[in-house]
Write a protein that binds this ligand. Structure first.
Ligand code: MEV
Length: 433
């Protein structure tokens, strides 16, 4: 076992790497080369990445791919996706083209409200606290004017602050529940700064103006944003679904709807169903420099808002029309944070024609819906493995460092044979012998 180290963060990057190599690795040279060969030769670019986080030793690459042909409210997009999983981008592109030919995706932003809370305890009675809060509320808002003035000038800012009594669930526990409009910013810094100012003003005022003890526990935004909602939808006449993959549209929609209904009532299926949606969503969120952990946490909380965890997508069949939609909370930004810093994030946003946060919410929701359409379509027709293993074939070939000629040969062979890991290994070995 290694000894604890103090002052690690103060070491230079190379010294950090030396310590790691000497402490944990047997083949020291190749471990070190592995780390340093992922450095960017452009020193300025490397420094930029080094400074995103703490204790950086190298870069960890993910592929950035694109899915073209997304027609969203009659505008055509090529969507950037950063993801390591094969098949996701192929599925998105296929769904995009499928719906391009059937009128594309229709989207609406339902609401854009963000939330933050000051959590505090108070040992007096609620009525006293309530009248103190009402009296102090204008001051809470005005005390943040330095923080909010630019946002207010652009049309955003604090929407409201409510006092919430949570003492039935936890003794002495109350909240200042605040709502915000943060426009094109994701708003985490803005919200947290406002909340910390509310907390300080509230505490200061309570010292002289409130009977009893009031203690601030913490001030932080909520990643649960059920009122920052976007909807994306596709629909067409059932007979218009007819295609190479869907020879019998009537049968297809019945099975497709059954699959959605299963995900609506069965949490074990809903989790995997929603995971597939997040394949699309996270990939665009990451490519555009947004916080995918925040999005994940908020989306899954939303999926559990009724009595049990459920599907994020829904489907209807009425009067010969098939409709398929998603409604999800997405707190995204297209300014601030990584958006102005990471060159590939800038590239991705330009590729999307510099979207507003509202535009990006709609694009991301569409990526999730498209991904789910592709997954459920495969699952209820051919099964998922056929397409998956074809994509996986390339990963196995790369693992075996197959030459271009070997790749062509083996891909041809698997056009008519079932791809399994062992079948590919066998085919490579046979070819090489
Ligand atoms: C795999 O990453 C995603 C799927 O499992 C989603 C689903 O089952 O709907 C294919």
């Amino acid at each position: 076992m290694a000894n604890a180290i103090s002052g690690f963060s103060k070491l230079s990057k190379l010294d950090k790497i030396d310590w790691l190599i000497n402490t944990y690795f047997t083949d020291k040279d190749s471990a070190k080369t592995l780390i340093t060969q992922y450095w960017n030769s452009n020193e300025k670019l490397q420094k930029l990445h080094d400074e995103f986080i703490e204790n950086t030793i190298t870069n960890y690459y993910l592929p950035l791919g694109v899915a073209p042909n997304f027609l969203i409210n009659d505008t055509l997009y090529t969507i950037p996706m950063a993801i390591e999983e094969s098949s996701v981008i192929a599925a998105a592109s296929k769904a995009a083209k499928f719906w391009f030919d059937r009128g594309g995706f229709k989207t609406t932003v339902i609401s854009t409200e963000k939330i933050g809370q000051v959590h505090f305890t108070y040992n007096g009675d609620f009525k006293t606290l309530e009248s103190f809060f009402e009296k102090t509320k204008p001051l809470l808002i005005s005390s943040t004017s330095d923080i909010t003035k630019n946002m207010v000038r652009r049309g955003g800012g604090i929407l409201d602050i409510e006092l919430r009594d949570k003492t039935k669930e936890l003794s002495n526990y109350y909240q200042l529940h605040a709502t915000f409009e943060t426009l094109d910013a994701m708003g985490a810094n803005f919200i947290n700064s406002c909340l910390e100012q509310f907390a300080q003003t509230f505490k200061n005022e309570a010292e002289t103006g409130l009977k009893g003890d009031l203690d601030i526990v913490m001030s932080i935004l909520s990643n649960y944003v059920p009122n920052c909602l976007v909807r994306a939808e596709v629909s067409c006449n059932i007979e218009d679904l007819k295609s190479k993959d869907i020879p019998n549209p009537e049968l297809f929609v019945q099975k497709f709807k059954q699959a959605i209904n299963i995900a609506e009532i069965e949490p074990f299926r809903a989790v995997t169903h929603n995971k597939g949606i997040m394949n699309g969503i996270d990939a665009v969120v990451l490519a555009t420099g947004n916080d995918f952990r925040a999005v994940e946490a908020g989306v899954h909380a939303y999926a559990s808002r009724q009595e049990k965890y459920s599907s994020l997508t829904h489907c209807s069949i009425n009067n010969g029309v098939f409709k398929f939609w998603i409604e999800i909370p997405l707190a995204l930004g297209t300014v601030g944070g990584l958006t102005n810093l990471h060159p590939l994030v800038k590239f991705s946003l330009e590729l999307l024609e510099k979207p507003s946060a509202r535009d990006l919410m709609q694009i991301v929701a569409v990526a999730g819906l498209a991904q789910n359409f592709a997954a459920v379509k495969s699952l209820t027709t051919t099964g998922i493995q056929e397409g998956h293993m074809k994509m996986h074939l390339m990963n196995i070939l790369n693992q075996f460092e197959a030459t271009a000629e070997e790749k062509t040969n083996i891909i041809e062979h698997f056009k008519t044979n079932v791809v399994t890991h062992s079948a590919v290994v066998e085919a490579i070995e046979k070819l090489r012998n």
